[in-house]
Design a protein around this ligand. Structure first.
Ligand SMILES: C[S@@+](CC[C@H](N)C(=O)[O-])C[C@H]1O[C@@H](n2cnc3c(N)ncnc32)[C@H](O)[C@@H]1O
Length: 262
C-alpha cells in the first residue's frame, strides 16, 4: 500500500505469447510480488496465478461477445491502482510495445507524474512461428521482415497499411490480427507483385494447447484458413522463410489454455 501523497510504480509487463515458460525472469519476479494486477485477454490463467494472494486484480480485456474496455477507462484504472498500491503490474500479451497500446499507457502515466517502467516480452510474431519451426528471418530468404497489423478497418486512428508497397519493400511479413482481413490482404499483396505461389503460414494459438499451423500459398491461404476454421489469435507469416521450417526444433506447446477473446 502507498501512503496518501505517494503513488506506486506501474510496470508495463510483457506476458509473452502464452507458454508461461516464455515469461522473462523480470516479469516473473514482478508478478510474484505485485500488489495490483491489471490484465488483458490472451494471458493464460497459469500466468495470472503467479501473483500473490491478496493482490488486487482488474480485467480490462475483451470478453467473448463484448467490446474491450475503452482505453480511457483502462488509463483511469491504472491511475487508481497506482494511487493505492506500490507495485502495479499492467500485464499485456506478448510485448507491451508491439501492437499492445503500451506506448499510449506509458505516455498517459508519465504525463501525470506516475512512475512507469516497461518490461519487454517475447512477442507472438516471433514465438508462434518459432514453435512450429519457422524462423522469421533466414539468410537465404532475404534481409528484411516487417511486423504489421491486419486489423486496420477497426482501428481507424492508425494510418492504413499500404500492402502493395510492403509486397515490394519487405522480404517477409509477420501479420498480427490478420485473419479476418486475409482475403483482402492476400489480394493486395498479389496486386503489389508477390507471386500467387508465395508461401504463407497461419499459426493459431502459438505456444499453447490448441496450437496448429496451416501452410498454404498467397493464392489459396484465405480459402484454406476459412475451410479449416482458423480462429484468433493467429499470426500470419508471408515469405520464403516458411520454406526454411525445421520441424525437428519445434518445442512442445505448453499445457495451458489461452482464453479466446472473440
Ligand atoms: C493486440 S495484438 C497483441 C500483440 C502482442 N503485444 C505481442 O507482442 O504478441 C493481438 C494479436 O497477437 C497475435 N497473437 C497473440 N498471441 C498469439 C498466440 N499465442 N498465437 C498466435 N497469435 C497470437 C494475434 O494476431 C492476436 O490477434
Amino acid at each position: 500500500m502507498t501512503t496518501a501523497h505517494q503513488t506506486g510504480t506501474v510496470y508495463l509487463v510483457g506476458a509473452g505469447p502464452g507458454d508461461p515458460e516464455l515469461l522473462t525472469v523480470k516479469a516473473q519476479r514482478l508478478l510474484s510480488h505485485c500488489d495490483a494486477l491489471v490484465y488483458d485477454s490472451l494471458v493464460p490463467k497459469e500466468v495470472l496465478d503467479l501473483v500473490p494472494e491478496g493482490c488486487e486484480r482488474r480485467f480490462v480485456g475483451k470478453r467473448r461477445g463484448h467490446h474491450s474496455v475503452p482505453q480511457p477507462s483502462t488509463n483511469a484504472v491504472l491511475v487508481e491502482m497506482a494511487q493505492h498500491h506500490a507495485v502495479v503490474v499492467r500485464l499485456k500479451g506478448g510485448d507491451p510495445f508491439l501492437f499492445g497500446r503500451g506506448g499510449e499507457e506509458a505516455a498517459y502515466l508519465a504525463k501525470r507524474g506516475i512512475p512507469v517502467e516497461v518490461v519487454p516480452g517475447v512477442t507472438a510474431g516471433i514465438a508462434a512461428p518459432a514453435y512450429v519451426g519457422i524462423p522469421v528471418t533466414h539468410r537465404s530468404a532475404g534481409s528484411s521482415v516487417t511486423f504489421v497489423t491486419g486489423h486496420e478497418e477497426i482501428d481507424k486512428r492508425r494510418p492504413s497499411v499500404n500492402w502493395r508497397s510492403l509486397a515490394a519493400a519487405s522480404d517477409g511479413l509477420v501479420i498480427y490480427m490478420g485473419l479476418h482481413n486475409l482475403p483482402r490482404i492476400a489480394e493486395e499483396l498479389r496486386a503489389g507483385g508477390l507471386p500467387p505461389e508465395t508461401p504463407v503460414a497461419v499459426i493459431q494459438q502459438g505456444t499453447v494447447v490448441g496450437q496448429r499451423c496451416l501452410k498454404a500459398t498467397l493464392e489459396n491461404v484465405a480459402a484454406q484458413a476459412r475451410a479449416q476454421a482458423f480462429k484468433s489469435p493467429s499470426i500470419v507469416v508471408v515469405g520464403d522463410v516458411i520454406e526454411h521450417q525445421v520441424e525437428a526444433c519445434m518445442p512442445t506447446p505448453a499445457a495451458v489454455t489461452m482464453p479466446i477473446p472473440f
